[in-house]
Design a protein around this ligand. Structure first.
Ligand code: DX5
Ligand code: ZN
Length: 215
């Protein structure tokens, strides 16, 4: 099955997004990844609901919202109104099971995300509540960082556990994905590739097509 591609607009010129979204659609992008940072859970501030609402008006692609915010349960209703996949961090201080259930009740696909310091086994109990799990392959907060190979073992462990329990959970990987690391991540079990700096380049279309060709 072809891999899904979820380009992160973090490094894009936000005033040029309409044209970029059209190019991404033409290249076969499956969804758009939106990195929400609050300056507390991560040492960076990005954007929130108003920008995502504008993006939603300019594309029919599903929106894959990655909340890097402290105690995300406080803002679920706001983000659920604009998201398709709604993801939050296991480490962010909200009750994990309750938050996953609430995201589903609000009509979004729940995604549980782990930082590089978290072992995949810690989230095994929550897998039946997830439509997607996001494995961070960099420390969350910034685009353009180097891929951490430790993410590969985590993807494999999660893939094996989902297979063992017969769970159809998408496995997403985020951070440092490029022409060299993407095939490794897919081989380890990733089914959704987030890519920021690799895709937002003058070779956007070729690179999306390359990522999509992996299986
Ligand atoms: C980092 C974000 C990523 C980031 C990826 O905290 O979650 O989505 O934009 O950027 P690249 O692909 O450049 O590592
Ligand atoms: Zn992200």
């Amino acid at each position: 099955m072809a891999v899904k591609v979820s380009p992160s607009v973090l490094t894009a010129d936000f005033l040029e997004l309409d044209g970029e979204l059209k190019k991404l659609e033409a290249a076969g992008t499956d969804m758009i990844h939106l990195d929400v940072m609050d300056g507390i859970f991560v040492p960076n501030i990005s954007f929130g609901v108003p920008l995502i609402r504008s993006i939603k008006k300019h594309t029919n692609l599903p929106l894959d919202v990655h909340l890097m915010i402290d105690r995300p349960h406080r803002y679920l209703r706001d983000f659920a109104a604009v998201a398709d996949y709604l993801g939050f961090h296991y480490e962010a201080g909200s009750d994990v099971a309750e938050t996953l259930k609430e995201i589903r009740a609000l009509g979004c696909k729940p995604c549980l995300t782990i930082k590089p310091c978290t072992a995949p086994e810690e989230i095994f109990p929550f897998l039946p509540l997830c439509d997607m799990v996001l494995v961070m392959s960099v420390e969350p907060g910034f685009g353009g960082q180097k891929f951490m190979p430790s993410a590969l073992e985590k993807l494999s462990a999660l893939r094996a556990e989902c297979a063992r329990r017969g769970l159809a959970v998408e496995l997403e990987v985020d951070g440092g994905i490029n022409g060299e690391t993407a095939p490794l991540a897919v081989q380890a079990g990733a089914t959704v590739l987030v890519a920021g700096s690799y895709v937002f380049s003058d070779q956007m279309e070729e690179r999306v097509r390359f990522l999509k060709s992996l299986s």
